[in-house]
Design a protein around this ligand. Structure first.
Ligand code: DAH
Length: 352
């Protein structure tokens, strides 16, 4: 339309549909909400069950087929625009809230340091030992700490009057069972449950009624080893233990076998080790008991199995027991065995 008087072209926009007005005003009102509560009231006003946009949904049904598509489109647009406006406003309130709570944090304060744990020196010792024997094909075996006299002594060819059985040396339970005095019990359990060949190590705790001092503890740790097959010799035993100690303490480590007595092995030895890697350097240190499995042990096992799987004429084997606490004390230069159990972080941290 030409407005000649003013000399300008006055194009009046076509009349907006009420839904467009509703959309425009709703978005504008939502933008003025000052908090989450006010926003929620507005959401109900427009989008709630009896809200004004929802009311248009009802009204759609009364429209003619011609009108419906266009109005439906406007309604969808209005609903999306209002929903989006509400979501944006809500997000803004949330982030404002977060900023406010962060404002109270003093980032210049020192943090709380996260404690980094470490393995106990005895565990480290055990892990190293196990890793070396695994490379030689030894599997892990285990047995219970509470044992019967048979597993701890009889089956291991220990005489009825042997002092180790004494109540002064061994912790007995009221029912006659006991806390194992060594891990050699696992030899018996392993042979009982499987026929030869056997090649196992058994790490675990052992208990003795010792007077507790810097080198004695009522609970200590051993690794037991057992190798049974045809034609196993003292040479195999010697080679195995030499390899173990050289891997653990260095290639220049010297090893000495001294004849000794254990009821369950014949011949029996104590093994002394000398290594420059250790403090106290040139001294021989006794670290291990070992020997060739006594035929009487095989016979006891056969009796319990009810077969002849461990025929001493056919099979031979070696066994050994290494004290883990003592080895760790020597390797890490620890002066007192009690430190292992006192949980003093000043001590434990040194091994982290
Ligand atoms: N059981 C012995 C001890 O606790 C150590 C030992 C010695 C184990 C000789 C063995 C062995 O297997 O053959 O003192």
């Amino acid at each position: 339309m030409l407005d000649v008087a003013r000399g300008t072209l006055n194009v009046r926009p076509p009349m907006a549909h009420p839904l467009e007005d509703l959309r425009t005003s709703a978005v504008a009102v939502i933008a003025t909400a000052t908090d989450e509560h006010a926003l929620e009231t507005l959401r109900v006003r427009y989008l709630g069950k009896s809200g004004s946009i929802s009311a248009w949904g009802e009204r759609m049904r009364t429209l003619s087929n011609e009108e419906r598509p266009a109005v439906g489109k406007l309604l969808n647009e209005a609903r999306s625009a209002v929903t989006l406006a509400i979501e944006c406003a809500a997000a803004a309130f949330r982030s404002r809230g977060e900023t406010a709570s962060l404002a109270n944090i003093d980032v210049s304060l020192p943090g709380t340091p996260a404690e980094i744990g470490a393995l106990h020196p005895l565990t480290q010792m055990l892990d190293r030992t196990i890793a070396i024997f695994r490379r030689m094909g030894f599997a892990l075996a285990e047995g219970p700490d509470i044992e019967t006299e048979w597993y701890c002594f009889d089956a291991l060819n220990t005489a009825p009057d042997h002092p180790a059985r004494n109540e002064q040396d061994t912790f007995y339970l009221p029912d006659g069972r006991l806390l194992r005095t060594h891990t050699s019990t696992v030899q018996i359990r392993t042979m009982q449950s499987a026929p030869p060949p056997i090649r196992v190590i058994a790490p675990g705790a052992a208990y003795r009624r010792d007077e507790v001092d810097a080198t004695h503890s009522a609970q200590f740790h051993q690794i037991e080893g057992l190798y049974v097959d045809q034609e196993v010799s003292v040479g195999d035993l010697k080679g195995t233990l030499e390899f173990f100690f050289r891997e653990l303490l260095g290639a220049q480590t010297e090893i000495r076998f001294r004849p000794h007595f254990f009821p369950f092995t014949e011949p029996s030895f104590e093994v002394d080790v000398k290594s420059r890697a250790l403090k106290g350097g040139e001294k021989w240190l006794e670290l291990c008991g070992c020997g060739m499995v006594h035929p009487a042990v095989f016979e006891e096992v056969n009796g319990a199995r009810g077969d002849d799987a461990y025929d001493p004429e056919k099979y031979s084997g070696f066994a050994f027991g290494v004290g883990m606490d003592r080895l760790a004390m020597i390797l890490f230069d620890i002066p007192d065995i009690r430190l292992f159990a006192q949980n003093d972080l000043r001590f434990l941290r040194q091994f982290a």
